[in-house]
Design a protein around this ligand. Structure first.
Ligand code: GLU
Length: 274
């Protein structure tokens, strides 16, 4: 893992257990399309309140938010996620600024300024744009700005088709040297099988090295507006944990509890010494 923290660390903040999240200095929170668009757009306000609470106690907070395509869809008179790439990109171009506007309107209640950061997986893999992004993110955090990251959908052809922001969030966590990554979805935790199926058991903790043998996670988002699912969350959580960042997977409704260190969600411990 080659990431340098984006700015000088503002203090040691090892997150070994959930309760430590309440003291984490640098936090990346990822939210999915189905939590912040359409009928769920009202969740932006409580999400922002939780982020603002962490910001108020001095934490540096980065939000990775999907939802550009889903937010743009009604403006293109689309009832469902478009299948073709060009229309997805058009919807993202329309929806991204509206999404950021909604976040900024909500953050204004807490006197917090948002900074929009659009990245591609290609940027993160290429040393020069990666270091540019790292420097910009570090400066934004030093300035007390709350960066809101999404994929740069109009140029991210592969990502928009096959990618998901869970992976982007893990890469951003590595980029900024986050103390913890919180992956939010519509489900309160990971389960041993789809949670509506009989016999599904909640997974509370994933110690480093536990490969969750025998558990199969689906990839499709239930709401059909995004692309992520439990499988992409597990892959992203493993990546971040191997790079030294512990991960909590829980629901958007639980975000305030998660940031307060409550016993919610599924917690992936980081690799020791990573
Ligand atoms: N960047 C896409 C958006 O904001 C991601 C959607 C997805 O998760 O598939 O709409």
């Amino acid at each position: 893992m080659s990431a340098e923290p984006a700015a000088p660390s503002s203090g040691a903040a090892t997150v070994a257990v959930r309760a430590d999240i309440a003291r984490a200095r640098r936090i990346v929170v990822k939210v999915g399309s189905s939590s912040v668009s359409g009928d769920a757009a009202h969740q932006i306000e409580p999400l922002v309140d939780a982020l603002a609470g962490a910001h108020a106690r001095g934490a540096e907070v980065v939000l990775v938010s999907s939802g550009a395509i889903a937010t743009g869809m009604p403006h293109l008179r689309l009832d469902s996620r478009p299948a073709d790439l060009a229309t997805q990109q058009a919807a993202a171009a329309v929806g991204q600024n509206l999404l950021i506007y909604r976040y900024q309107q909500s953050l204004r209640r807490h006197a917090i300024v948002a900074g929009q950061v659009l990245l591609t997986a290609g940027d993160m893999a290429d040393a020069t744009p990666r270091s540019n992004a790292q420097r910009a993110m570090g400066r934004l955090l030093e300035l007390g700005i709350l960066p809101i990251v999404n994929e740069n959908d109009t140029v991210a052809t592969q990502e928009i088709r096959f990618g998901d922001n869970d992976r982007l969030a893990a890469l951003v966590s590595e980029l900024v040297g986050a103390d913890v990554l919180v992956l939010l979805s519509d489900v309160d935790a990971l389960y041993t099988r789809p949670p509506h199926e009989p016999g599904a058991v909640r997974i509370d903790d994933v110690p480093h090295g536990d490969d969750l043998a025998g558990v199969t996670f689906g990839d499709a988002g239930a709401a059909g507006v995004g692309t992520g699912g439990a499988g992409t969350k597990v892959a992203a959580a493993r990546y971040a944990a191997a790079a030294g960042t512990p991960v909590l997977v829980t629901s958007t409704a639980n975000v305030a509890a998660a940031l307060a260190g409550a016993e919610v969600g599924t917690f992936f411990s980081a690799a020791p010494g990573a």
